[in-house]
Design a protein around this ligand. Structure first.
Ligand SMILES: Nc1nc2c(ncn2[C@@H]2O[C@H](COP(=O)(O)OP(=O)(O)OP(=O)(O)O)[C@@H](O)[C@H]2O)c(=O)[nH]1
Length: 991
């Protein structure tokens, strides 16, 4: 066997499905196994590059990349085509004959299996002993220096000669293997101490016995580089990393088969020079332990399988244990412990030493993970968030947050829960985006796959993947969707995909076969972040579009965060590669810098460079997406009542409430009774994404449903129930629950709100503060309008009056909305919805204001009016005239001023400001006005009069009296916030 193939032994590795392409170099030679990219991705997998197809078991397996021969492996459950593992170079006869453990890829069957198992356990047991004893051997400073002059490796790869047997070979002897045929552990090329080798004695022969070529050490595979094309070749010279010294670990010891130790010459065995702490492990033994890496069976299909898959899923896609080259490149420190370089070294980590190392690594990792890391997007529910929680999410101290609030005049004394607005304010400072946790909850997204019942498990069938396209504004999402829609849907249908169903089905050719997949038609604007998140909830895969001329932008990060939070794998489409200035490599670098390493660079994130405009590589993208989908093993049981999620809902004048569902399990049929949130009804009609009437819709299929009594909320889960009574009961229970939730959330009791802070702010110092909250119930036609309205309302300053949305939902205004408005003193705003006559009169009776709009700006204007209506008006003094005190008289109980009106007029009851020597000495109301002796209402300029005030009589001659009328003036939001800012600033200075 060529020495170079020895190196291939270490290339046996358990690989990860998603990164398989990058990890496997081309084979050296094998016509049958012409593609070594084949791995155990799923039951049906194929190579993305050369499209070769094969079948493998849905689990990890050991694959080998460099061997020259091939064989196949067959398991009872799954047919598996493996590249055959190489035969060990220095394989002992015993090992070769060891059925079931042979490294030629063949596994013995039937009774051989039992035998094999027994043998294995024995070997494992003995390996343990070997390790133990070798350790003892080490610690007792056994002289392990080898007389290399006497040592010689046999041409067949074993250690020949009569060196004393070592304890480390005990397990082999138990099996009856002779020492001489057992391969010794070789970590590095034998670089024999020349002093010891003088005269050629004790030289180490190569495996082929040539003597010229040094034993080739097993090479860790090269780390995959971009566009990995490396073909490890037998012709390549071995890369010698570390020198090796020869030791005879068996020196001075007696063999069991040769008690006197005389019959055989002591032979050297090769040991890494760093091997001082670790016993030598015979590769045969190692193989015995490691070899039968037959594909383990995956968990049972269905829920458990799903759980299993979820556990193993990574943000970038489903991931099994990845053995990277780094893993195989054992660091010196570890090498000194391991001291063996054996085929399947990875599995050898199961040894005790490795366990220790791994435990330590895990501890360090856990400590790292425990340290808070600043989030980029924070989901905040209506209830707000505790200071502690916020501090953790922002990776700062609680004191910092409190300090920041104090500096703004906000003193959350003793109150630990910050309301959503304050959380937003704080987050803004730290450049963290806040998104509403309601109605989209990450936890709900995470549980999306818990859609199977126990009964489904043995009836599961493949279902099409549901995909969502996300990305930054203008990066080409719509163009990509349009291209896919136009090119992948039959022309006849394409025109009719304008139903606003929110999703459509396309067919993608994979491996020559048409396979369906479903795209969620999510909008791309920032305002629709929540909708995108909702998309991710039913989504199996996210396609994140990044423009090659623009790179990562805020919404790219947001999309990635949403996909990660939802545990949904994603594929990156680097778009606009046709454009001048496009730099896909730079985008890949940017992505890798945030931890998304492209598959082509050895990572596990699939990235495809496309031009959505020209359709370039869009097929590749779809194929990649389908590959990722395949890894997900998406299943559902079509033979059961349907369950799924509402993806869009609204009110149609002619059809009534309409809802788009994605069926996630079961089959939805016309006539079924469905319940989704507060809405329920019998399915009167079903329409597909082309607007065609259909009778039923199976798993993953988007469908528009008519027949509900009310408009459900997008994101609600729906299910088919047995009868309308059951549906009604469930809907009512849901309505009750929601009502209670809303009631308890109505005014932020017990939380720090800007309003409640008014009283908390240093007693009376900010008496000018004018803080209010406008409670709003928003009813709209489509779910997307909610964010649109909210976005439009953001232009309104909310320093003095904050907007609190108690309910945002689609559908007409109902009596329950009115009830909520009564309980929370809210105003109902409706956008493109109606109010039935009965609801109108109900609202009138209850004194609830219902305002309906069809133009968003009118709505915004009215909300502004309502907000400004809550502001306290300010008093303005409008001058009407002035007078001068010419004399002071005593009159009954007090003194009065004899005045001359010099300007305008003075009016009884008007305001008077008394100015003496340029300073105001009093401001009050004119209580008595006389002309000569008569009481008059007003006196004009040029006339004399007597003036008296109830609370002031210290007139002096020469005082100037300014007469004014006090008028109440309404303020705009901007004026109010300006005075608020000024007030806070003043207090801030004092604090
Ligand atoms: N040259 C080139 N232009 C593209 C490509 N894809 C999209 N565009 C252009 O980029 C602009 C934005 O594309 P859209 O598809 O509207 O982007 P979007 O991400 O959907 O934008 P929003 O819906 O606003 O978030 C349009 O002018 C497209 O024609 C492409 O592959 N190449």
């Amino acid at each position: 066997m060529p020495s170079s193939s020895f190196a291939s032994l270490v290339n046996l590795r358990t690989i990860n499905a998603t990164s398989f392409i990058s990890y496997f170099p081309e084979p050296v030679s094998s016509s049958y196994y012409s593609c070594v990219r084949r791995v155990s991705l799923s039951k049906r997998s194929f190579c993305r590059k050369c499209k070769c197809k094969y079948s493998v078991a849905p689990t990890d397996f050991v694959a080998e990349a460099n061997n020259a021969s091939s064989s196949s492996y067959k398991d009872s459950d799954a047919e598996i085509a493996l590249k055959p593992a190489p035969k060990p170079v220095l394989m002992s006869e015993g090992a070769k004959n060891y059925k079931g453990l042979s490294w030629n890829g063949e596994l013995s069957e039937g009774e051989d299996r039992d035998k094999e198992e027994n043998e294995r356990s024995k070997v494992i047991e003995s390996l343990g002993e070997v390790l133990e004893k070798a350790e003892k051997l080490e610690t007792s400073n056994v002289n392990v220096n080898v007389d290399v002059n006497k040592g010689k490796l046999s041409g067949n790869g074993g250690v020949s000669g009569s060196g004393k047997k070592t304890k480390t070979l005990k397990s082999v002897w138990r099996k009856g293997d002779s020492v001489g045929t057992v391969q010794k552990v070789v970590k590095e090329s034998p670089k024999v101490n020349t002093n010891d080798n003088k005269g050629g004695e004790g030289k180490v022969e190569s495996q082929g016995g040539s003597g010229a070529a040094p034993l080739r050490p097993p090479q860790p595979p090269l780390r995959p580089q971009p566009k990995l094309q490396s073909k490890p070749s037998v012709a390549h010279p071995p890369v010698v990393k570390k020198p090796v010294i020869l030791k005879d670990v068996g020196a001075g010891r007696k063999s069991e088969s040769d008690p006197d130790g005389k019959s055989k010459e002591r032979k050297p065995i090769l040991i890494d020079k760093f091997a001082s702490k670790k016993p030598v492990v015979d590769p045969v033994i190692a193989q015995a332990v490691l070899a039968p890496t037959k594909p383990a069976k995956g968990p049972a299909p269905g829920k458990f399988k799903d759980d299993y898959r979820k556990k193993n899923i990574s943000p970038g896609g489903p991931r099994r244990r990845i053995i990277s080259d780094d893993d195989l490149e054992i660091p010196d420190e570890e090498t000194s412990e391991l001291n063996v370089s054996i085929p399947g070294a990875v599995t050898a980590r199961k040894g005790r030493k490795w366990s220790k190392a791994r435990r330590k690594a895990a501890r360090i990792q856990a400590a790292k993970e425990a340290a808070p890391v600043k989030v980029e997007i924070l989901e905040v529910g209506e209830k707000g968030m505790s200071v502690e929680e916020l501090a953790y999410n922002l990776a700062i101290g609680e004191g910092e947050i409190l300090g920041s609030l104090y500096s703004k005049g906000i003193k959350p004394d003793g109150v630990q829960t910050l309301d959503k607005d304050i959380v937003k304010m704080v987050c803004k400072e730290y450049e963290v985006e806040v998104i509403d946790a309601d109605p989209v909850k990450v936890e709900e997204m995470a549980k999306k796959k818990e859609i199977f019942d126990e009964d489904d498990l043995d009836k599961l069938q493949d279902r099409p993947p549901v995909l969502t396209i996300m990305g930054h504004v203008d990066h080409g999402k719509t163009t990509l969707l349009d291209y896919i829609r136009k090119s992948k849907i039959a022309d006849a249908e394409a025109g009719s995909i304008t139903q606003g169903i929110g999703a459509y089905k396309v067919s993608v050719t994979v491996d020559g076969k048409l396979q369906p997949c479903v795209f969620l038609d999510t909008p791309g604007h920032e305002a629709f972040g929540a909708m995108r998140a909702r998309g991710a909830r039913v989504t199996d895969i996210v396609v994140i579009v990044v423009a090659a001329d623009d790179g990562i932008r805020p919404q790219t990060n947001e999309a990635i965060a949403h996909a990660k939070a939802a545990g949904v794998p994603f594929v990156i489409a680097i778009n606009k590669i046709d454009k001048d200035g496009a730099n896909p490599e730079r985008v890949m670098q940017e992505l890798s810098s945030i931890g998304l390493m492209p598959e082509d660079w050895g990572g596990d994130i699939p990235m495809v460079q496309i031009s959505a405009l020209k359709g370039q590589n869009v097929d590749d993208l779809l194929e990649t997406v389908m590959l990722v989908a395949e890894l997900q093993e998406l299943k559902a049981n079509p033979d059961r009542n349907a369950k799924g999620t509402v993806i869009e809902a609204g009110f149609d004048k002619s059809k009534g409430p309409v809802a788009s569902f994605i069926v996630q399990n079961g089959t939805l049929k016309r006539g079924d009774v469905v319940v989704c949130g507060e809405a329920f009804g019998k399915v009167r009609a079903l329409f597909d994404d082309s607007g065609n009437r259909i009778d039923e819709a199976g798993p993953s299929i988007p469908v528009q449903v008519i027949g509900l009594n009310n408009v459900p909320v997008a994101g609600d889960e729906f299910e088919v129930v047995d009868s309308l009574d059951v549906a009604r009961e469930k809907a009512e229970a849901c309505a009750e629950l929601l009502r209670n939730e809303r009631m308890s959330a109505k005014s932020g009791d017990g939380k720090v709100t800007l309003s409640s802070l008014a009283s908390a702010v240093s007693a009376g110092k900010l008496s000018g503060l004018d803080l209010h909250q406008l409670n709003i119930i928003l009813k709209v036609d489509l779910q997307g309008s909610i964010e649109a309205v909210r976005q439009a309302l953001q232009v309104l300053p909310q320093y003095n009056v904050t907007l609190k949305f108690l309910l945002e939902a689609t559908g007409d205004v109902s009596t329950s909305d009115v009830d909520l408005a009564v309980a929370s003193k809210a105003i109902i705003f409706g956008f493109i919805v109606e109010t039935l006559g009965s609801v109108k009169s109900y609202a009138e009776n209850k004194g609830v204001e219902v305002r309906l709009y069809r133009i968003i700006y009118e709505l915004v204007d009215d909300v502004r009016n309502a907000m400004e209506g809550l502001l306290e008006p300010v008093e303005e003094k409008v001058p009407i005239g002035s007078a001068e005190v010419r004399a002071v008289f005593s009159s009954g109980s007090g003194r009065v001023a004899g005045c001359m009106v010099t300007e305008g007029k003075v009016v009884n009851g008007c305001g008077i400001r008394v100015i003496r020597n340029g300073r105001t000495v009093h401001v009050g109301v004119l209580d008595s006005l006389r002309r000569v002796k008569e009481v008059v209402k007003e006196v004009n300029a040029g006339l004399e009069c007597g003036m008296g005030m109830d609370d002031f009589d210290e007139w002096q001659e020469g005082d100037i009296l300014e007469a004014f009328n006090a008028v109440q003036k309404k303020r705009t939001l901007e004026e109010a916030s300006a005075s608020m800012a000024a007030a806070l600033e003043g207090v801030g200075a004092e604090l």
